[in-house]
Design a protein. Structure first.
Length: 161
């Protein structure tokens, strides 16, 4: 597989230190993951590690944070008004907010109802983690010109529009 190919992979992702599985396409009811190679759909190291693999090939690799979701940034904390949140929020909950037109996921790390503050961590939940993947290449096909122009996969396993 190489850039501008549409690739289907089965993968099993776990934290390198604890071996705890964080995501797996082999879970019940899951389909293989489909992506367009070379257009930033995947974390950088994932694509780099499967480049050149043939259908049926299996690879296992470990990605340090810089090739996965980056390091944690302690400036990514913010206090937001308690009044802006729905009722029943708890520490550890994830929310999505729009910042400069871009969706940002954040985690609630502190709630001070009296002060009217909710402390949020906008680091990616996987930031700072070293990740190991077992990957098997299920299929590879050429991307269409339209898929390359849109930078995503159409049809089976991709966008329908
Ligand atoms: Zn499209």
């Amino acid at each position: 597989m190489e850039n501008n190919k549409v690739v289907k992979v089965h993968y099993h992702g776990y934290f390198a230190d604890t071996k705890e599985v964080f995501d797996s396409s082999l879970s019940e009811g899951r389909e293989p993951l489909t992506f367009l190679v070379g257009h930033g759909q995947m974390i950088p190291g994932f694509e780099a590690e499967v480049l050149g693999a043939e259908v049926g090939e299996k690879r296992t690799f470990t990605l340090e944070p810089e090739r996965a979701y980056g390091h944690r940034d302690e400036n990514q904390f913010a206090d937001l008004p308690f009044a802006d949140f729905p009722e029943g929020i708890e520490v550890g909950m994830n929310f999505q907010a729009e910042m400069s037109g871009r969706p940002i996921m954040f985690t609630i790390t502190g709630i001070d109802e009296e002060a009217g503050n909710v402390t949020c961590d906008a680091n990616h939940p996987m930031a700072g983690k070293t990740l190991t993947f077992d990957v098997e290449i299920v299929s590879v096909r050429d991307a269409s010109e339209e898929e390359i122009a849109h930078k995503h996969v159409h049809g089976d396993g991709g966008h329908h529009h």
